[in-house]
Design a protein around this ligand. Sequence first.
Ligand SMILES: [Ca+2]
Ligand SMILES: [Ca+2]
Ligand SMILES: [Ca+2]
Length: 394
Amino acid sequence: MRGNLGTSRHSPWRGRARDPRGRFNPSQVASRILFSLVLVAGVVNAASGGREPANLTSGTDQQFSPFKPCVPPLGLGYNRWTNARPPGGPSARWSHAMAYDVQSERTILYGGQPSTGPMSNETWAYDFATNGWQDMNPSARPSGREHPGIAYDAQSDRLILFGGGNHLTSVYSNETWAYDFETNTWTNMSPPSPPSRRYDFGMVYDSRADRVILFGGAGPTQNNETWAYDFETNAWTRLTPTRSPAPRQAHSMAYDSESDRVLLFGGAYTRDNETWAYDFNANAWTRMNPPTHPTGRWGARMAYDPRADRVVLFGGWDGSYSDETWAYDFNANSWTNLNPPSTPGGLEAPGLVYDSCSRRLVLFGGFRGPSNPQPYSNETWWYRFQGAPPVIFQ
Ligand SMILES: [Ca+2]
Ligand SMILES: [Ca+2]
Ligand SMILES: [Ca+2]
């Protein structure tokens, strides 16, 4: 069941038992009934002191919480970036790892390169509902590092972190760690046959396959390997598709849950402008060749908005530090420059996630460039996309 909900209190589509094309949609009615059952089950579960089962598919609006209203501030509109200006938060940095814990409704940040001092080993959690960052300060943690990969395994309710390193010392990791926000615990998983040491790769969670998918990276040599990690069996598997994107690092990746594809854009060092899609079921990479696309760049970030069924790309370095916001529709194989009226400014390697509770992208940090008086950002920004009505998953 790939449920839709156009029914939450935030939805402009509330009360319309029709799909965006105006047809009556019986599956949406069924979804609403199911959501009611899920909500009742959740309340019962909470009352019994249990934790909500993490059986919700990542990337859909099905995770709307019955426990905590994630009420977004009013009047922010669509297609605009808003500086959230939370009180406090992580220090300025770039190349940190960021992912959204759907079950706990927190954006989790790990590591990165601060403006001064060693690579960070901090774990922070951002709550949109309170616009507050919390330094989690867990007792055990991965060592400090930049450009690790992180993805939220929704089925297991764990953030999976892999690799990362330090380009100043050329030390790279191939450790696999799992973080549980509820217990504030990092666990070194020590799987038997992980990918080689690397940093600056792409890593996303394929919710249908229940696998974390990794592509490329450098350690320091660039590669074009595709790997899958299963938390339950603690096993990395090297996938060997017949065709792959060329070796690269600093590319952008996101998982389109409606189309069940891992999407990739760009990368270094050629300032690549290719768009690729990976289908785990077919173990196949396909080059998409869209008619228009962002300029070649590295260090951009992408996140998938399931309501709009669009991957949103922000920033990167394309010869200068870009502040562009683009949307990619896999079904139409089309990139659109969204040209929002305000932006966070040009940034390379910020953190970017889709917060399914507030239905906004959350961005933190990034590198503004060496000539900027404040080269590293410590700003938190929100972005709400509406380029299309919410998608009704069938
Ligand atoms: Ca959690
Ligand atoms: Ca899992
Ligand atoms: Ca799609």
